[in-house]
Design a protein around this ligand. Structure first.
Ligand code: USQ
Length: 383
């Protein structure tokens, strides 16, 4: 298949390009390289060193035979995006080109406004470009489990049957996002659904849980990034970085919040299943993409246990919660669709955590040099 990855330089995108190329797909991609700048703005770096994009592309060509046809492009630049899709003629467009950070969006008005414009307008631009230049292509759009929030009900995959005043309907499950970033993803989901009904586009909206994991190669030019700063590092990735530098792990609040998690390798497997099993014309389908539900305290305990195998004394210190979020709540999302397509979880989480620590230990000085960037400073409520 010809797969166009928007966001090909990111944590998921750069990994996915390699995973798909290894399976024989032809890869095109675009990225505005914004993630590199955002992490710099947070005063931080990727724990795993990464090279400039031209060096990445050279390595890609050497390892996979076919080049990655890459453009430095912002999806909001609609004219340039139209040219890119018209030329590449993808069978699949994977949309990973969004600002993925809840804390970044909660910093102040300019950041909330930027994240919403970047994500919502970028997605709208992509939908119009697909309508005009590749209307038969399948859109695989990265959404987030955080769109649903933490309702006191089980969470279905996008839609549920409702009975109200004696009538029944299949309706989108309510969205109760918890950050301006998560709300941008909610707006995207509604727009993608509408475009499928309006123009007959086909789309899979992937409600992904929190991803963890490293992707390292003997050729370091192929490594994917791994962030640990308060905005772009996700919980388990941050905890592993804290473990290797001897900083206490920081569950926020009581640490009893529950979330869906999956490893980077499992995310690659799931996205590939969505790509290779397209939605029908006019279909908008939703996959909840997670492997297991755990609390933040569970993650901390896993990292403490794995740290012991490396002789690391890992401390855990609860922090005042900088976010506004439920800490004791029901959480039981469905995730049958990907299993029905053949998703078989790979390594168990404790093994992945051990591999992460092994990958991160050689870079402990680099992380230690930015240790203060692990502390949460962005507060959801300022008073
Ligand atoms: N948390 C801690 N300590 C930390 C970091 C986070 O206790 O040091 C807690 C947070 O309070 C939250 C949970 O861990 O309850 C998850 O936080 P996170 O920063 O790992 O993830 P989140 O902000 O939810 O966002 C991440 C990705 C985002 C994706 C989302 C999936 O950055 O792009 O959409 O995970 S989900 O969480 O399912 O919405």
């Amino acid at each position: 298949m010809r797969v166009f990855i928007a966001g090909a330089d990111g944590y998921l995108g750069w990994t996915l390009a390699q995973h798909l190329a290894r399976k024989g797909h032809v890869i095109g991609g675009a990225d505005a390289l914004l993630r590199r700048g955002w992490v710099e703005e947070m005063g931080s770096v990727s724990a795993i060193p990464i090279v400039p994009v031209d060096e990445r592309l050279a390595a890609f060509g050497e390892h996979f035979g076919e080049p990655l046809r890459f453009l430095e492009l912002n999806l909001c630049d609609h004219a340039a995006l139209c040219v890119a899709l018209a030329e590449f003629q993808p069978d699949v467009v994977v949309h990973l080109a969004e600002c993925p950070s809840a804390p970044y969006s909660m910093m102040d008005f300019p950041h909330a406004d930027f994240v919403q414009r970047n994500n919502v307008s970028g997605t709208l631009s992509l939908l119009f470009a697909m309508r005009d230049h590749c209307p038969k292509a399948h859109l695989v759009k990265l959404g987030t489990m955080g769109e649903y929030g933490t309702p006191n009900l089980d969470i279905p995959e996008g839609f549920f049957e409702v009975e109200y005043r004696g009538r029944r309907d299949r309706l989108p499950f309510p969205r109760q996002a918890g950050s301006w970033y998560h709300w941008s993803k909610v707006f995207d989901s509604h727009h993608v659904d509408f475009a499928c009904r309006l123009w007959g586009l086909r789309a899979t909206d992937v409600m992904q849980g929190v991803v963890y994991g490293t992707w390292c190669d003997t050729d370091m030019r192929l490594n994917t990034r791994l962030d640990f700063d308060e905005a772009f590092g996700t919980a388990l990735n941050r905890f592993c970085c804290q473990a290797v530098i001897g900083q206490p792990l920081m569950p926020y609040g009581k640490g009893t919040q529950l979330r869906g998690f999956l490893s980077l390798a499992d995310s690659m497997q799931c996205l590939t299943l969505a790509i290779e099993n397209p939605a029908a014309a006019g279909e908008y389908r939703v996959f909840n993409q997670l492997r297991e539900v755990l609390s933040i305290n569970d993650l901390a305990q896993l990292v403490r246990a794995a740290g012991q195998d490396f002789g690391l004394a890992v401390e855990i210190k609860l922090q005042n919660n900088p976010r506004v979020e439920a800490e004791a709540h029901h959480y039981r999302p469905d995730s049958q669709h990907l299993r029905a397509l053949g998703f078989e979880p790979s390594l168990p989480i404790d093994e992945v955590v051990r591999n992460m620590i092994a990958d991160l230990l050689p870079h402990r000085d680099r992380i230690a040099d930015h240790a203060e960037r692990l502390a949460p400073t962005v507060r959801w409520r300022t008073s």
